[in-house]
Design a protein around this ligand. Structure first.
Ligand SMILES: *Cc1c(COP(=O)(O)O)cnc(C)c1O
Length: 373
């Protein structure tokens, strides 16, 4: 037996995973960079959360509370939930991964949609399962297409609502219809990472379903509107039996102490969240309108980002635009890995950043038109 075949081998599926590539944060040669590639909030976290984080520096020798009790309590109070049915994680990414490990065995299937969040595929493969993709309609998850993919092997359906990177959402009536038609052994995971930003009255983050049914879990994050992505805090609400499973396999101290403190303070600062919603609502509408005026298609978004489609004509493609914008320090997200090679995703930024992008795109578009004339 050769030395190479004798080495430890990961289990089947692991090497089929394409590692997640985060959004760029640099523009080589440019001093002032506007990072609009990771859906981070331009308003930053609540100053109260920052103060709570700093205060923890005096107690770094102590293990955190392994059950994140105060954080679960703060979340429960804010949303009127049973704290025993909340599990906190190191980002909602960890929760999503724990759900896949707990419910998917080799040979099982997990469903997500064409342009669904990449982490789902990674987690399903990581658990030894088979990723199953349901076609979207108009860049939006389609309930009938998801249901058509359900088999006796299906264990999980991951639905990002709204979805990243498309920004589209499934109205609550449709989510309820999806749940009602799923077999009871299939876990419906509703990833509501951008829920706070949504201002549509036919939308729900899914708490009602997670509260009522044995096969629905809703996940949330402190990385987006709360501006605490660096600290990695996520949580889920679900039936007690699901929380029990997650609590058995999670790390005993999976949320660090600074994250717990900052998370509690952030959850209590409702005014900061309101301010962030107001900023986003205003500039999301402005960006959607101004970019469309340039003749570029913008997928209607309810999140804190927009998906911009570029033509396939040489010189005017998404890759060309990415290079042009990056050269000006405007860093957007290329989304080829999501099956969207002709698109760039832009996070709603500060007023300054938003105006710079629209001006730069206007220049890009007119330059392209002159070249073609
Ligand atoms: C950003 C994002 C998350 C949050 O990830 P964290 O691990 O909590 O930072 C989850 N789901 C989607 C769809 C996201 O875009």
């Amino acid at each position: 037996m050769s030395a190479s075949s004798a080495r430890p081998a990961p289990r089947p599926g692991i090497l089929d995973i394409s590692a997640y590539v985060p959004g760029k944060s640099e523009a080589p040669g440019v001093t002032k960079v506007y990072k609009l590639s990771s859906n981070e909030t331009p308003l930053g976290p609540s100053p109260k959360a920052v103060a709570a984080y700093r205060a923890l520096a005096d107690h770094l020798e102590a293990y955190p509370d392994g059950g994140s009790s105060r954080l679960r309590q703060a979340i429960a109070q804010r949303y009127g939930l049973d704290p025993a049915r909340i599990v906190c994680g190191s980002g909602s990414d960890e929760i999503l991964s724990l759900l896949a490990s707990a419910y998917i065995a080799p040979g099982d299937e997990g469903i997500f949609t064409t342009h669904g969040f990449l982490v789902y595929r990674i987690n399903i493969l990581g658990a030894g399962g088979t990723p199953v993709v349901a076609e979207e309609k108009n860049f939006t998850a389609d309930v009938d297409a998801i249901l058509a993919k359900v088999t006796p092997r299906t264990k999980i359906v991951f639905l990002a609502n709204p979805n990243n990177p498309t920004g589209t959402y499934v109205p609550f009536e449709e989510v309820k219809r999806l749940h009602a038609a799923l077999p009871p052994h299939v876990l419906l995971v509703i990833d509501s990472a951008y829920a706070e930003y949504v201002t549509r009255n036919d939308y729900s983050a899914g708490l009602e379903l997670a509260a009522q049914y044995d096969n629905v879990v809703m996940t949330r994050t402190f990385s987006k509107i709360y501006g605490l992505a660096a600290l990695r805090i996520g949580w889920c609400y679900g039936p007690a039996h699901v929380c029990d499973a997650l609590n058995r396999i999670r790390g005993p101290f999976n949320v660090n102490a600074a994250a717990i403190e900052a998370g509690v303070a952030a959850m209590e600062d409702a005014a900061h969240v309101e301010k962030s919603i107001a900023h986003n609502t205003k500039w999301l509408a402005w960006l959607t309108q101004e970019i469309a005026k340039l003749g570029l298609e913008v997928v209607p978004s309810v999140g804190n980002f927009v998906l911009i489609r570029f033509p396939k004509t040489p010189g005017g493609t998404a890759a060309d635009a990415d290079g042009f914008l990056t050269g000006r320090g405007l860093v957007l997200r290329a989304v080829g890995a999501y099956g969207l090679p002709d698109c760039l995703r832009m996070t709603v930024g500060t007023e300054e950043a938003n105006r710079l992008v629209v001006n730069a795109l206007a220049e890009f578009v007119s330059m392209r038109e002159k070249q073609r004339a």
